[in-house]
Design a protein around this ligand. Structure first.
Ligand SMILES: C[S@@+](CC[C@H](N)C(=O)[O-])C[C@H]1O[C@@H](n2cnc3c(N)ncnc32)[C@H](O)[C@@H]1O
Length: 455
């Protein structure tokens, strides 16, 4: 039997959800990050459970044909991307196999998973960036970037190829300025210091952005206000600078209050003539071009099977699906929890002249759905686009009784997708197919659209 600290020699068979390579030794599954199917490696065992173990890569003895030189020079340390060392075709193949595996293992179903639709913009695609900020000692330079793999140490990111390059330039300026001004980075251990995160929201349409300083304070210090004004003077692409107040002792990035310091409090994206206002606190798709491909896929699929449908859009954000699918609908009702997103939603339907056809209710889906169900509201199509944790069980239970036709499930997590699909199958739905999209290239994250039909 293997022990912790053993050095083992194994072959990597496949990639699994979470991004690790999987190998087997003495009937035990061994998960090793930074590997590629086809690699022959030496690894050090770091933890052992009943049926599986985790190991760290020590040496690649024989390299897989899919192993490549990472395009990013931070790849060895930065935890932002896990698959920089894997060729693109293999990334796509692995993503499809991971979804299939989740359906088989978790849902117990063998479903048609289509080939992954590839990303035609492999660089500069990530339009939302949340950088933690650290200083090793009080007077040390600021470190701004992503957490190192498996640690809480921040890697100072000079350039990130998957993000718009303007973010590198502005980060460089902020990093130096905050140090010169004598501001301090937040230290979670003693809850002292000011600056916790720098968040960017970038508009591809207008090539401008919001800069949001997340601070451990109830009021923004003068120095930060000065810096905000300087940023806007120096970088015309900065549309607005905001401060988010987060004095909580937790790892949630944004606190509940955000204040505009200079400029405007939102950016706009235009997709296919539809205009979306996106405030600092509102969710918007991280990769707008691939999101557009998803909206098109859902539209084209529904066009073949519904006309003048009643549509319920759950987890609606600022109204993307509601607005895209509106031409196929007789009415659209949306549910969204975030007050900021709902405000943007209302502005977006108003500017499209559709506020008499589309309606959004603010609140938790699991609560609003009970009211709708009790009022005997029923829909031809229910669209779900939940966060990574998937749907609350109550959401599944209500929606299963609220449509006799279609459920469209947009997912960013194959494991919770498979769990929820299993529950929907038990309630009389059939999974027609799943179409994955590569929205987050070089990472293990997988976006997909699944079509379920009653009966
Ligand atoms: C993955 S985003 C999808 C947003 C939108 N469909 C889009 O395409 O941009 C998930 C959304 O669900 C919202 N949300 C999270 N939990 C919720 C809940 N329990 N009830 C309603 N909305 C929720 C979030 O605020 C977020 O806007």
């Amino acid at each position: 039997m293997i022990q912790v600290n053993d050095i083992i020699q194994v072959n990597i068979e496949t990639l699994v959800a979470g991004g690790d390579g999987l190998s087997r030794l003495d009937g035990m599954a061994i998960f090793v990050p930074d590997t590629v199917p086809g690699d022959q490696i030496r690894a050090k065992v770091v933890s052992i459970k009943k049926n599986y173990a985790h190991a760290h890569l020590k040496e690649v003895l024989q390299s897989s044909q899919h192993r490549v030189k990472p395009p990013c020079h931070h790849a060895g340390s930065c935890g932002g991307c896990q698959w920089q060392h894997i060729d693109y075709e293999e990334q796509l193949r692995a993503k499809k196999a991971i979804i299939e595996d989740c359906f088989t293992r978790i849902a117990g179903v063998d479903v048609p998973v289509k080939d992954v639709i590839s990303n035609d913009q492999l660089t500069g695609y990530r339009c939302k960036v949340q950088y933690p900020v650290q200083q090793v000692a009080k007077t040390d330079p600021f470190i701004v970037g992503y957490y190192q793999k498996g640690t809480h140490h921040v890697v100072d990111i000079e350039t990130c190829p998957v993000q718009p390059s303007t973010i590198d330039v502005i980060t460089r300026f902020i990093r130096i300025s905050v140090a010169q001004m004598g501001l301090k980075a937040y230290v979670p251990k003693n809850r002292k210091g000011l600056l916790r995160h720098i968040v960017y929201k970038y508009s591809e349409t207008h090539q401008n952005l919001l800069v949001i300083f997340v601070i451990n304070a109830r009021q923004a210090p003068e120095k930060l206000i000065d810096l905000s004004k300087t940023l806007r003077d120096k970088f015309p692409q900065v549309a607005g600078v905001l401060v988010n107040y987060n004095i909580q002792n937790n790892t949630i990035i944004l606190g509940s209050k955000t204040q505009l310091i200079d400029g405007v409090s939102y950016i706009e994206e235009k997709l296919n003539d539809l205009r979306f206002k996106i405030s600092a606190d509102s969710f918007f798709q991280t990769h707008p071009k691939m999101a557009f491909r998803i909206f098109q896929e859902v539209y084209n699929m529904l066009k073949l099977c519904v006309e003048q449908a009643s549509l319920l859009d759950i987890y609606a954000g600022v109204g993307t699906f509601s607005l895209f699918l509106e031409p196929l609908a007789s009415s659209v009702l949306a549910i969204e929890e975030s007050p900021s997103a709902v405000r943007d939603f209302h502005d977006n339907i108003q500017s499209a002249g559709l506020d008499d056809k589309i309606r959004c209710i603010q609140g938790k889906a699991e609560i609003i759905l009970k009211e709708l169900y009790d009022n005997e509201e029923r829909f031809d199509v229910i669209l779900l686009d939940p966060p990574r944790k998937g749907c609350e069980r109550a959401v599944i239970d209500y929606i299963a009784s609220m449509t006799d036709r279609y459920i469209v499930y947009v997912s960013c997590n194959p494991a919770t997708l498979a769990r929820d699909v299993k529950a929907l199958i038990a309630k009389g739905f059939r999974l027609e197919y799943t179409q994955p999209f590569d929205m987050f290239s070089f990472t293990h994250h997988i976006e997909s659209v699944s079509i379920l039909k009653k009966g």
